[in-house]
Design a protein around this ligand. Structure first.
Ligand SMILES: [Zn+2]
Length: 167
């Protein structure tokens, strides 16, 4: 069952959305996830370079969420707000993308030409999909941390994002 499911995941089609930069007018494509909790697609802040993580196959996702819920248990009341903080720190806990910038899962998009924030447009008509397989996101730094160090790292990032975790 597990193996069969893994193969299905590899064959997943990842849609491409068009985007347009308000600042310089550049039009470009960005990878989006097929279904948020089936596979999470991260994109790098520097060049929209995609990577994926499949939560049910990678325990990091649940571990970070458990830490975020615990650390925000008294200060942030709703899970939906805690989830926003999770989105804003998760990419920074992964190893940086090949372009040297952090990955991001908030759905924000940056123009690869002028590096300002750009608007996520929508699906192409007819729809376009990625032709290459998306690599798994790496988190070797995270893997090397002790449980206490992981907690501390998450705590620090949550502190940094206080009041700034807005899309
Ligand atoms: Zn631009």
């Amino acid at each position: 069952m597990g193996l069969r499911r893994t193969r299905e995941c590899k064959a997943m089609l990842f849609p491409l959305f068009w985007c347009e930069c308000d600042s310089c007018g550049h039009r470009f494509d960005v990878q989006v996830g097929p279904e948020r909790y089936e596979a999470v697609v991260l994109i790098s802040q520097g060049s929209n370079s995609p990577a994926k993580l499949i939560p049910r196959e990678d325990p990091m996702f649940d571990k970070v969420w458990a830490l975020v819920k615990d650390l925000l248990s008294t200060t942030v009341k709703k899970d939906i707000d805690r989830a926003r903080y999770f989105d804003f720190i998760f990419g920074e806990l992964c190893d940086p993308a090949p372009d040297g910038t952090p990955y991001d899962i908030t759905g924000r998009v940056w123009c690869p030409r002028c590096h300002r924030r750009a608007a996520l447009g929508g699906p192409h008509d007819p729809p376009k999909f990625a032709t290459e397989e998306i690599p798994d996101v790496l988190h070797t730094h995270w893997d090397g941390l002790s449980p206490l160090q992981r907690r501390e790292r998450v705590r620090k990032l949550l502190e940094e994002k206080k009041g700034k975790a807005t899309y």
